[in-house]
Design a protein around this ligand. Structure first.
Ligand code: SF4
Length: 391
């Protein structure tokens, strides 16, 4: 039997990663899209062989977890039949391509992303986190999302090739875009970028041909939940959904495909408004929470992370409901306020002080405001809610 290769912090399907509850495996869509049959196959696999949940990652991949070592080869066979695998783990790791999810057939994003996938073998070996963004819609919308080499809509209306971390790019024609991305990736490796690990940390001067003064365009409007010209957009709080629930939704609404975004939203392609804006009506709507001036972040927590001794998301949902109703008490602060529920001190979900910090420790929670020392320690979830609820 093949044994899974454990490979650092970027799991793929061919290189899963061991976690506290078994293997974690990520599937990378092509052009941000899985077909209906692929989605149903992934949902079935998550239920039969995993923890029954699917996470959508900030790089618009789908993640399955809780997979037993012995089930991994079975999953590989299934995913291979479904056209979900690359020919090697090496190719999979290079196919780190974020595509604006609302591309239309035949537009610049679709053509450039397709060309890049066909040329993926021409890329040099790159550090694990390095990736590409194809953001060639009417306005860029991946400016804040993780990528190192970008094709995006420029302020002048044409396309630009831009190295991440540099404010300006160089104009390119759509037909030259992929050649430019490959050349920039090769320059990155040849100039020692692999030591820095990411383009934004690589301070070597760009080659003359990649230097320009073209700014990216103003960002396009955020993808809202609800009806969309391509279908219907649903939010996934904390980027997670039960696989059975997702499969039921796909079957019920007749979606032809699912487009995956890096923003905890999925687009059901080819449907009307038959899908609720949230896949799970029992969880709060994070758009409504944002409208109330709050953002709530929570890591995976127990039972999925071995470092966690508390269920972070159950408490986070309760705090989201308070926020939505305007009943969350907080120190005064300008702008959007953030609640962070963390399973331990590592603070994976929000690695900076939040307006309200709720941190798990030895089966209970510590509560603090901003950077201050904990106000209360050893609280139950009910006690946290009592402390934070205002009339
Ligand atoms: S913050 Fe701690 S408990 Fe939460 S996911 Fe990270 S390591 Fe796990």
């Amino acid at each position: 039997m093949m044994l899974p290769r454990i490979h650092g912090r970027c799991p793929g399907a061919l290189r899963p990663m061991m976690s506290g509850d078994g293997l974690v495996l990520r599937l990378r869509p092509r052009l941000a899209r899985f077909t209906r049959d692929q989605v149903l196959g992934i949902c079935d696999a998550a239920q039969r062989h995993g923890a029954g949940v699917i996470d959508i990652t900030s790089r618009a991949n789908l993640q399955l977890r809780g997979i037993a070592d012995a089930d991994w080869p079975v999953l590989l066979a299934r995913f291979g039949d479904g056209g979900l695998l690359d020919e090697s783990a090496d190719i999979e790791s290079r196919r780190n391509v974020l595509v604006t999810p609302d591309w239309m057939p035949g537009d610049d994003s679709a053509r450039i992303a397709t060309d890049l996938l066909e040329r993926i073998v021409d890329l040099p070996p790159l550090p694990a986190k390095v990736g590409f963004a194809i953001d060639a819609g009417p306005a860029p919308n991946l400016l804040r999302d993780s990528a190192d080499f970008r094709i995006e809509r420029g302020a002048h209306g044409g396309l630009i090739l831009r190295a991440d971390g540099r404010p300006h790019g160089v104009p390119v024609d759509a037909g030259q875009a992929v050649e430019g991305l490959i050349a920039l990736a090769r320059w990155f490796v040849d100039s020692g970028g692999s030591v820095a690990g990411r383009m934004a940390r690589h301070r070597a001067p760009l080659p003359e041909w990649a230097r320009g003064d073209a700014l990216p365009g103003a960002p396009g409007p955020a993808l809202r939940t609800g009806a969309h010209p391509l279908g219907f957009v649903c939010g996934l709080p904390f980027g997670q959904v039960e696989a059975a629930r997702l499969a039921r939704a796909v079957l019920a609404c007749g979606a032809t495909a699912l487009r995956i975004t890096p923003w905890r939203r999925v687009l059901f392609e080819g449907v009307g408004d038959k899908v609720p804006s949230l896949l799970d009506p029992d969880v709060p709507d994070f758009d409504a929470v944002a409208a109330a001036g709050w953002r709530v972040e929570a890591c995976t927590g127990a039972p999925f992370c071995p470092q966690a001794s508390v269920d972070t998301r159950a408490l986070a949902f309760r705090l989201m409901r308070l926020a939505q109703r305007g009943m969350l008490q907080a120190p005064s602060s300008a702008g959007q306020r953030v609640v962070h529920v963390s399973g331990c001190a590592k603070a994976c979900a929000y690695p900076q002080p939040a307006t309200i910090n709720v941190m798990g420790h030895a089966g209970a929670f510590d509560l603090s405001w901003q950077t201050a020392s904990p106000l209360h320690v050893g609280l139950s979830a009910d006690a946290v809610v009592s402390h934070l609820e205002c009339c």
